[in-house]
Design a protein around this ligand. Structure first.
Ligand code: FAD
Length: 382
């Protein structure tokens, strides 16, 4: 089905992003998987092409596309067509962290971080989740206590995408112990601050290109100039930015499913059993027909949400619907794609096997499917 979301300038941009992916990421993907991280040279190449500053105004070194989220959607889709890990690593930086650094910062902070952020010289991560607080973010336990002109942070974060290599991490910490959600503040933690340590790269089921790590803060002094947003309003700052993170996740989920499904359809035309193409068995033909329908219907809803976001009208509830539903469809599609590949679908050298492993987490991260349904249910007055 023809999509109506994009215009000529988005299509031109897509061609440029596709070239970047084919030049800088695809040939090196296997090495990135083996080393469990993306080379800094790839980040710098993305920065040079203006792909890391899509949501940053030009005066701060960005690409000045911040008023049209469709460019971000194109960037996410083209990364997801190669792998979800590339999409998550790069877009945590360019789409998730960027709004914090643009909207919650002082002119001095913007000047200090954004030009190098856009260039790929500062790779960014965001640390919300802790070993004992994921879905229940308001229960986080990392503390920040004021001490002279500094804050002293103690605690830890886990599952942090880009955490191992990041130069700059937006960290949520408790500044008012008795206030739960109303006692959290955001800090920019920079590599090299005494008391800041990283654990090993975590051994994930999939998405091996992405480095994911634990972070530890032990009496770490953070200058007051590294507080972003208002003290004790960090939870609100995060909640306000989650709908964009979730629609971004939905864009990635469905682009990934659509790509692997189209590769599987080709496979089903070529692979033969009992003297015919396996896709021509009625069961498989109908199964593929169902999956294509499911992807296209989901795509239509996700596109509508992106258009609403461009118009400043995306609700948190619609973003939650798009996120959980697209993750569900993506996982159903990929499971069926593995099935259609038979034994080859279980071999890591086949893209479909890796894609299936990569996709599993999309029902868990950035607000699990259950938490998304909780938000939707609450909106129903339940
Ligand atoms: C690969 C990966 C990358 C990640 N990257 C980042 C990152 O960059 N930054 C970051 O801050 N975090 C990151 N996360 C963390 C992720 O967002 C959390 O794992 C997620 O929010 C779930 O939290 P949890 O793991 O503590 O699970 P829990 O909160 O312990 O949930 C366990 C189960 O209980 C369910 N549950 C919890 N509460 C309810 C409820 N009220 N009703 C019904 N069911 C409920 C959940 O849905 C889940 O099924 C990442 C995680 C992974 C795996």
């Amino acid at each position: 089905m023809r999509r109506t979301l994009f215009h000529d300038d988005h299509d031109d941009f897509r061609v440029a992003v596709r070239k970047f992916v084919d030049r800088e990421l695809r040939p090196q993907q296997e090495r990135f998987i083996q080393q469990r991280s993306i080379d800094r040279s790839a980040w710098l190449a993305a920065g040079k092409q203006g792909l890391l500053g899509l949501l940053v105004p030009e005066k701060h070194g960005g690409s000045g596309a911040e008023d049209d989220y469709r460019f971000s959607a194109v960037w996410s889709e083209e990364l997801a067509r190669l792998s979800v890990a590339f999409a998550s690593s790069f877009t945590i930086h360019s789409e998730v962290v960027a709004p914090y650094l643009v909207e919650l910062t002082t002119p001095e902070q913007r000047e200090r971080w954004l030009p190098r952020f856009c260039a790929g010289e500062l790779v960014a991560a965001i640390g919300m989740t802790e070993p004992s607080a994921g879905s229940d973010l308001a229960g986080l336990r990392t503390t920040a206590v004021r001490n002279g002109s500094d804050w002293v942070l103690d605690g830890s974060k886990t599952f942090i995408t880009n955490g191992f290599g990041a130069d700059l991490v937006v960290v949520a910490a408790r500044t008012s112990p008795e206030k739960r959600a109303r006692g959290i503040t955001l800090f920019v933690v920079e590599a090299g601050m005494p008391g800041f340590e990283r654990g090993r790269k975590l051994d994930k089921v999939g998405q091996h290109e992405a480095d994911t790590a634990e972070l530890f803060f032990d009496g770490m002094r953070v200058p007051a100039e590294n507080v972003i947003g208002e003290v004790d309003r960090g939870f609100v700052h995060m909640m306000e930015r989650l709908p964009q993170e979730r629609i971004g996740a939905a864009v990635t989920n469905i682009a990934h499913a659509a790509q692997i499904l189209s590769e599987t359809i080709e496979y089903a035309k070529e692979r033969r059993a009992f003297g015919q193409a396996i896709g021509s068995f009625q069961y498989n033909k109908f199964r593929l027909a169902e999956l294509v329908t499911s992807v296209e219907v989901t795509q239509a809803f996700v596109d509508r949400c992106v258009a609403a976001h461009v118009g400043g009208e995306l609700t948190a509830v619609d973003a939650a619907k798009a996120k959980w539903w697209s993750a569900q469809v993506q996982n159903e599609v990929l499971d069926a794609c593995v099935q259609l590949h038979g034994g080859y679908g279980y071999m890591n050298e086949y893209r479909v096997a890796r894609a299936w492993q990569d996709a599993r987490v999309t029902k868990i991260w950035a607000g699990s499917n259950e938490i998304m349904k909780e938000l939707i249910g609450r909106d129903l007055g339940l």
